[in-house]
Write a protein that binds this ligand. Structure first.
Ligand SMILES: Cc1ncc(C[n+]2csc(CCOP(=O)(O)OP(=O)(O)O)c2C)c(N)n1
Ligand SMILES: [Mg+2]
Length: 333
């Protein structure tokens, strides 16, 4: 079923929230509020939002190192996300997960993942458990074009197929794995054709078009819920910025042409969707008020992050899966 008016406006808001969250992040890192690297999702918003618009709250997702958009699209609140990225006690993982391991089981997010491809293995376990419980939920395993060439993905697709697991393999083909062009590193033009090798449907969809992503995901969701097993969806998209925020500083090597970036930016999913909504009769004022709401949510989120405390020192070893015997004693603690 196509998105209705209310769902479309929600999707528009979610795409803007992701864009604004990701735009704010390098600023917060430069100002010393947040830590680490930011793998920005800017340019790919239509994928996460299109996928989540076909899921229910109970459905699950495993994410990647470029995972902020996946969590926001699944209902994550930006204030707890900012706090997490700043290592604050109020963050989704009490400040201990950070950008690349942010998790919120309440939203069905079984973690972002710094290990490329490994979220897919976790998704397989989640889907297996849910099939066993007969709860009719679906799990989406996000991975990139780079991850698509890792062995683990292929093992997971085979197992999911023979066990008919309710899982969607969602490949975000943004054309690059750090600096490696998918056209060079991948044996096929469309990654979706690999589905045939695992006896499951495979489809390539325009990842810059939120409604196209929604439609393809919904079909796969219906199939999974009906017990018919997995689907591979390849969403062709593009990241507008570099691999992570400070990447150009450590690697000035230009691996893509400015003209290519400009061409993709012309297909920016947000203005494209905005034009579509206006053509369908949504008033500019309504879109403006959504923009104002998003700006406010971001501003309040940043303030929440700044006002939040760091975790207490006594929390250093709680919620951790580290054997105390193998941790290094830290001087002065
Ligand atoms: C197992 C593993 N190998 C290598 C890396 C280093 N690494 C981090 S991101 C990345 C590229 C991933 O590309 P892709 O899957 O296309 O995701 P994208 O960054 O484009 O979203 C690599 C090689 C890693 N983190 N984990
Ligand atoms: Mg990629």
């Amino acid at each position: 079923m196509a998105l209705n008016r209310e769902q479309k406006l929600k999707a528009y808001k979610d795409m803007l929230l992701i864009r604004q969250f990701e735009s704010k992040l390098p600023v917060l890192i430069a100002e010393g509020h947040a830590w680490g690297e930011a793998h920005q999702y800017i340019g790919q918003e239509a994928v996460a939002v299109g996928v989540s618009s076909a899921l229910t709250k109970e459905d699950s997702v495993t994410s990647t190192h470029r995972g902020h958009g996946h969590l926001i699209a699944k209902g994550g609140e930006v204030k707890y996300m900012f706090a997490e990225l700043a290592g604050k006690a109020t963050g989704y993982c009490k400040g201990k997960g950070g950008s690349m391991h942010i998790t919120s089981l309440e939203h069905g997010i079984y973690g972002a993942n710094g290990m490329v491809g490994q979220g897919v293995c976790i998704a397989l376990g989640v889907a297996f458990a849910n099939k066993y419980k007969k709860d009719h939920t679906v799990t989406v395993a996000y991975f990139g074009d780079g991850a698509a060439n890792e062995g683990t993905i292929h093992e997971c697709m085979n197992l999911a197929s023979i066990l008919k697991l309710p899982i969607i393999f969602l490949c975000e083909n943004n054309k690059y794995a750090i600096t490696t062009d998918a056209d060079y590193a991948t044996s096929v033009k469309d990654i979706s054709v690999r589905a045939a090798g695992y006896n499951m449907p495979g489809v390539t969809v325009d990842g810059m078009d939120i409604e196209a992503v929604h439609a393809a995901t919904l079909e796969a969701v219906n199939r999974a819920r009906a017990g018919e097993g997995p689907t591979l969806i390849e969403a062709k998209c593009y990241r507008f910025f570099d691999h992570f925020n400070s990447y150009p500083k450590i690697c000035p090597f230009r691996y893509r042409k400015e003209e290519e970036i400009e061409e993709w930016k012309k297909r920016d999913p947000i203005p494209a969707f905005e034009q579509k909504l206006l053509a369908e009769g949504v008033a500019q004022e309504e879109l403006d008020s959504i923009i104002t709401d998003v700006d406010k949510e971001i501003e309040e989120g940043v303030q929440f992050m700044i006002d939040s405390p760091y975790p207490d020192m006594s929390e250093a070893y709680t919620d951790m899966y580290t054997d105390k015997h193998y941790t290094m004693p830290i001087r002065g603690w």
